[in-house]
Design a protein around this ligand. Structure first.
Ligand code: SF4
Length: 235
């Protein structure tokens, strides 16, 4: 799709509800899949399986997720009879990092190197098979980096790919309203005060009044902390 065509579609889709955006995405792209993080973006899966029960979904198993997240991913797979593909990190790259720096190097020199190996490279492999992908990103999940998030964009880092963000305009409260109302399965970590959920050593519960991103990589400064999966130069 050319840039001006995307702009026209974006104007329309930005006004639509998530399910209409999902319908557009699935009817216009065959090589397309949903990225599932194992957290509240399960609402996206619930909506998408109502459009196409065989929709492709992939998830990244970093090897460092909480047991509750592994349990949740399997419950979601079973509940929706999901067509789910799991991508693991490259063994040699993980061994090289761990042998050189130990299992918790991110507390000393930042999360970018470990996320690069455990998340970004497996994501590249997953996306190499696709023409488009669908994410559960929301504007309100990180106002510092996502406040201009459109419903459709050319992926800023992978320009040949189209990226759909059907939940962009929904708030966290809307997501939870949907999960409760529709009895959608949820990660049990949410019942323990976790909001934004990633890997076990890099995620913690938050206190009342804290923003959800404050539970991620809390030892690093700045409010633009991201794992590198979603590049933020929005088109
Ligand atoms: S979130 Fe933490 S453990 Fe997971 S890949 Fe990133 S740095 Fe590594």
């Amino acid at each position: 799709m050319k840039k001006d065509e995307i702009e026209d579609v974006k104007k329309e889709l930005d006004k639509k509800e998530p399910q209409e955006i999902i319908k557009y995405a699935l009817s216009n792209y065959k090589k397309i899949a949903i990225a599932f993080s194992g957290a509240e973006d399960v609402a996206l899966i619930d909506l998408a399986t109502k459009v196409d029960k065989d929709v492709k979904v992939f998830t990244l198993d970093t090897g460092r997720l909480n047991p509750e997240t592994y349990d949740f991913i399997d419950r979601v797979r079973d509940s929706y009879s999901l067509n789910l593909e799991t991508y693991s990190p490259d063994t040699e790259a993980v061994q090289k990092l761990v042998n050189a720096k130990g299992l918790f190097s991110f507390y000393q020199d930042g999360h970018k190197e470990c996320c690069g190996i455990r998340k970004v490279e497996p994501l590249k492999r997953a996306l190499s098979k696709l023409d488009a992908w669908i994410t559960g990103q929301r504007k309100d999940s990180n106002p510092s980096t996502r406040n201009a998030l459109p419903a459709i964009q050319r992926d800023p880092g992978r320009r040949e790919l189209i990226k759909f963000n059907p939940m962009a305009n929904w708030t966290l409260n809307q997501i939870w309203g949907y999960i409760m109302e529709n009895r959608v399965p949820h990660n049990k970590l949410h019942d323990m005060g976790y909001v934004s959920i990633g890997c076990a050593p890099c995620t913690r519960p938050i206190l009342p009044g804290q923003h959800e991103r404050e539970g991620r990589w809390w030892w690093e400064s700045g409010d633009k902390r991201e794992c590198g999966l979603h590049l933020t130069e929005y088109k």
